[in-house]
Design a protein around this ligand. Sequence first.
Ligand SMILES: Nc1ncnc2c1ncn2[C@@H]1O[C@H](COP(=O)(O)OP(=O)(O)OP(=O)(O)O)[C@@H](O)[C@H]1O
Ligand SMILES: [Mg+2]
Length: 419
Amino acid sequence: MTDQRILVALDVGTTKTCMLVGEVGERGKVRILGYGIESSTGMNKGTVIDVNMATEAILSAKRQAERTSGFEIGRTYVSVAGKHITSINSKGVTGLNPGKGVITREDVDRALQAARAVAMPHNREILHVIPRTFMVDGQEGIRNPLGLHAYRLEVEAHIITAASSALRNLEKAVNDAGLAVDRFVLNPLASAEAVLTDAERESGVVLIDIGGGTTDISVYIEGTVWHSAVIEVGGSHITNDIAMVLHLPVDEAERVKVMEGNVDPETVAPDAIVTVQPFGEEMSTQILRYDLAQIIEARVDEIFTLVMQDLKRSGYDGLLPAGVVLTGGAAGLKHIRNSATRIMNLPVRVAQPDDVGGLADKIKSPAFSTAIGLLRFAYRMDAGSAGPGGDVPHSKTPRGEGVGIGKAISNFLERLLPD
Ligand SMILES: Nc1ncnc2c1ncn2[C@@H]1O[C@H](COP(=O)(O)OP(=O)(O)OP(=O)(O)O)[C@@H](O)[C@H]1O
Ligand SMILES: [Mg+2]
């Protein structure tokens, strides 16, 4: 029996606002039924700075998505980014009554609830609680405690929190566009759904989504999220650098970056030229392609250096045999792999969403990893919320009472709790 759902995802990025209506199937296969893409307004570095302007872009994306899909859209999953995102690791313990049988989802939920009880300022909210590993009667490294006999269950969870004000502003912008928020999902967790393989997540990998205003990072080890962060530098900074140094209007700098840009000056012939249209000059002028590449390389190097610093701080930099997976619009820059490999000293691949059909031509690019991944994430939440365990959407190797739902989601390697 196949289980397919029609779901809606909204990614309000710094540069583009994108709404997708997709039919998602068991193995994460997505068929795009409709989409809306609009230039973002009222956004800065991943967060809403002008609710009315953000609403306008969302409304336009929604109308396009309704027109192309033929559905009336009333609610959507929404991705979240911004520097206000922080993550901590926390432990939760619960005692069990061995007389009653084996560990159930309710026991796991209780342990996770205990892990949620971290001291948090009143102006922050928990976005995700992700179990990393369980300990059962002192035995460490248990992936799935369901079905085990025990006296004591302990969970180590990764807790992602967000500033309430940032969430409320985004929620207001979405509500004002006539949409209810099904759930907020952290950007890099959504992107990971679109581009990471199970094998990469198992072995240890860092996903880097370089967008317009932010670079989103998530580290997966042993199948689950161990670390996540948002850095406030992205493709727009590269555009601004080009505009400043070469005295170009921002639109022209953006065009030159996307059409002629290159991250590795060493791959450019020393005399190759690019024609540009600077400010205040009637005639176009010529610049060396090598100079352009140097400007781009400097900023891209900075982005990977900041990512590397964050990974070192997290302590997981040595646990990434599967290396780096790059996505997001700016991952489309020519030879970006060279900079990532040199600075991070890890294997690097550039990824865009795969297994996407339907109206997918425009969507099959690294810029849409978050939106496509959000559809897959929504599917998992949707499937899981119908099963025993209430708001526990999925498990690594579901068994016991989760089997019916579990089959559909058994390939997914992490469990996430909604609020
Ligand atoms: N082919 C390309 N080559 C180089 N850069 C590109 C290409 N396509 C898009 N970009 C750049 O990618 C950036 C936008 O990426 P993306 O659409 O992922 O961002 P966003 O989701 O709107 O923003 P954020 O995730 O930072 O909030 C822009 O800076 C754009 O110039
Ligand atoms: Mg983005």
